[in-house]
Design a protein around this ligand. Structure first.
Ligand SMILES: *Cc1c(COP(=O)(O)O)cnc(C)c1O
Length: 420
């Protein structure tokens, strides 16, 4: 491992840097699920930019379309003015994603990161209902700006706010968080029904269907339908934060498809551009789209380069069900292999669904050691969970089945070596 080239980062890059500490190599190029460093060493990427790179690094078709757009002096930045590029993207999103799913949602281009979309969702829900309180769930992660951070459970992340109040959010227990056999929905229902519970009437419920950062806790369709039922009963909006679990990660375009749920607001970011470009949006049921022009603003709303690559991603992967079916197949492959690895680790349990699965190994120390041993063997993989206790596989959805197996071979040997 060559870490000779990292001195500039240690000297000049803020201490806030994080992922690089677990993967102390200097990366130079990447293709699909393979990363290369300065020493020409290759790594299999089971992190995929935290689900930003669902279609892998440098997809050739997106790359070609983007180069062509730039070469032809296509618009690079246009505030939120009308461009032919935005029209093409929206038409494609309508044709391939919204219409086939019977969704009448409008698309709000927010600032370019996920947390911008979450802020817009929370703000809009408060405007629509005239209420302040948002119900969020334990272990939820919704972003790092103050509104989204208030809805985020993680103590370390909340501490970063420097002690300002992260208010107007009530945290309720996520499914399974109080142990088997405890009906967390029933608890939320009882609390909200009690006019003396001290919980203000909610503007919205915000929930991830699979908690990406919070330990890959996957909610059941039944529980999610219950959350929607509660939202309706209290005249609150249902916000599904599909930033990490969406864009095909669970084997459908949206993570909640075929669960019988209608979300009022849906956040999209991470893999929305398809190519790793910053791009986020909020999908809004039309009756809730009560924004006045420029009432929520931002200089970088709608990244024109991302409109190009995002459109190609939709055309290439979502014109029919074949890609999604392939992802579901790889999810099963992943599940089988992880089950075998977990069986070798006392007390370990499988988490997640689709192509966002992992192993709860019981402690952050062990999970961290397994990730470190994996990196030494050429695999990039991270942890998740309240105690970083889950080894989380987040490979590109486009990873060839053999390379997925090769990465899992490394994980298996790393887990064995870590046990000693
Ligand atoms: C990553 C993430 C966010 C925040 O997105 P950023 O682009 O990091 O601001 C919000 N919600 C979920 C579920 C995420 O995984």
């Amino acid at each position: 491992m060559n870490i000779a080239g990292t001195d500039i980062f240690e000297r000049r890059e803020s201490e806030v840097r994080s992922y690089c500490r677990g993967f102390p190599a200097v990366f130079t190029s990447a293709q699909n699920a393979t990363l290369r460093d300065e020493t020409e060493r290759e790594y299999i990427d089971f992190l995929a930019g935290c689900s930003v790179l669902n279609y892998g690094h440098n997809d050739p078709d997106m790359k070609a379309a983007l180069i062509e757009h730039i070469s032809a002096d296509g618009i690079a930045h246009g505030l939120d003015m009308y461009t032919s590029t935005k029209a093409d993207f929206l038409r494609t999103f309508e044709r391939l994603i919204l219409r086939p799913r019977g969704m009448d949602h409008k698309v709000m281009m927010t600032g370019p990161t996920g947390t911008n979309a979450v802020e817009a969702a929370i703000k809009l829900a408060r405007k629509v209902t005239g209420r302040k309180n948002v119900i969020a769930f334990t272990n939820g992660f919704h972003g790092m700006t103050l509104g989204a951070l208030a809805a985020t459970g993680n103590a370390g992340k909340r501490k970063g706010a420097g002690g300002v109040s992260l208010g107007d959010v009530t945290h309720m227990p996520f499914e399974g968080s109080l142990g088997e056999g405890v009906d967390t929905l029933q608890i939320a229902e009882t609390m909200l029904a009690n006019p003396s519970s001290g919980i203000d009437a909610p503007a919205a419920f915000i929930v991830e269907t699979v908690q990406g950062e919070g330990g890959l806790n996957a909610a059941s369709a039944e529980w999610l339908r219950g959350v929607e039922r509660l939202a309706r009963a209290h005249d609150a909006l249902l916000i599904i934060d599909d930033i990490q679990a969406g864009c095909g990660r669970t084997g459908r375009y949206f993570s909640f498809e075929e669960m019988g749920i209608t979300a009022d607001l849906i956040t999209q970011a991470k893999s929305f551009s398809g190519f790793g470009l910053p791009f986020a949006a909020l999908l809004i049921r039309p009756e809730h789209d009560i924004w006045k022009p420029a009432e929520h603003n931002g200089t970088f709303r709608g990244n024109t380069h991302a409109f190009v690559t995002g459109r190609v991603a939709l055309e290439k992967f979502w014109a029919d069900d074949s890609f999604a079916a392939e992802v579901r197949g790889k999810g099963e492959q992943l599940n089988r292999r992880l089950a075998a690895i977990a069986a070798q680790i006392p007390g370990a349990a499988l988490k997640g669904r689709g192509m966002m699965q992992g192993i709860d190994v019981g402690s952050g120390e062990l999970a961290g050691a397994i990730c470190a041993a994996s990196f030494e063997r050429g695999l990039i993989i991270e942890t998740s969970g309240a105690h970083d206790e889950v080894v989380k596989v987040l490979a590109p959805l486009t990873i060839p089945a053999e390379q997925l197996d090769a990465g899992l071979d490394i994980l298996e040997s790393a887990a064995a070596a870590t046990r000693g």
